[in-house]
Design a protein around this ligand. Sequence first.
Ligand code: NAD
Ligand code: MN
Length: 354
Amino acid sequence: MREYSIAAIPGDGIGSEVIAAGLEVLRALAAADGGFGLRIEHFPWSSAYYQEHGHYIPPDGLARLKAFDAIFFGAVGAREVPDHVSLWGLRLPIAQGFDQYANVRPARVLPGVKSPLADGKDIDWVIIRENSEGEYAGNGGRAHRGLPIEVGTETAVFTRAGVERIHRFAFNLARGRPRRHLTLVTKSNAQRFGMVMWDEIFYEVARDFPDVSTDRELVDAVTTRMVLKPATLDVVVATNLHADILSDLAAALSGSLGIAPTANLNPERSFPSMFEPIHGSAFDITGKGIANPIATFWTAAMMLEHLGEPAASARLMKAIESVTAARVFTPDLGGSATTADVTRAVLAALGRMA
Ligand code: NAD
Ligand code: MN
């Protein structure tokens, strides 16, 4: 039997609630499939853990994680810890330490879900976010703190190697989709150096993919295109910051942030990849039992696909879609179901398929 080791890091807030639901569904899938098993280990790294120990990830933490086949991550962020401390304490050290440079964010309106757009049905996108450098390279500083002459810098860093590999990844992914279309998003009118280099390298890589059609849009303009002409987009490649923003918009346009999944991939598989819902720890609904677990279930399906279990992944997607079609919705989608109700419904749908 094939066995996969999964490191579960629920983190903060609703992270624990949705990861618990996700693991329940994953265990049921493995049991019903019979062809593969999951060995799940929990890591308690969270903001409460940080307040107690002074760190999110212990000194040997990354070395321990490295042995796993995949990381199943909830969310990080708590009222008691500044967001830049929690993000740089837990999520970014894993994504950067394991060179998970390709952040894949699919957006689609699931059956039964209502998009705020009239032609929301046309949304079928994959946003590829460069995940290792750019605006979130962590390159900057502060000087003369508190004085009128205080200065803060945040320098975006783009390298040829980093840009070329994300473009190549995006072209390969676009090649595998029916429409084979890739849109380059930058801001190369205002930013003349790094962004112009992004554009140049894109067209160099494009020569190796004559079967993929391309076009190009400035990041501000692409927001209007997402809203007004959703059918004209298929795969989008953009920088760390730009794609971060575009994918929240994509999530909202496809119905709710509570649905949107993401994969942080190390495509070479030198390190484990990390799978997480796009949303954060959602203080406003933590502990109420109403977090939408669909984003985490869809995330689990992406993880199964990556692990090499496409049949189980497809079964899970089908179960999710049958539950959304039946409108078993948490409040973010306008329903009154709880996290547990949606989880039970997905488990029941999987049971019917077995
Ligand atoms: P958020 O995603 O936590 O919440 C935004 C809004 O969406 C809230 O109203 C929330 O209730 C709702 N929402 C989010 N997920 C939901 C779900 N599954 N079901 C139903 N409703 C859902 O974003 P925020 O409020 O900007 O940030 C809260 C904290 O989370 C901050 O500390 C932030 O830094 C952190 N954060 C972490 C990650 C991550 O770990 N990857 C991502 C985003 C934000
Ligand atoms: Mn974000």
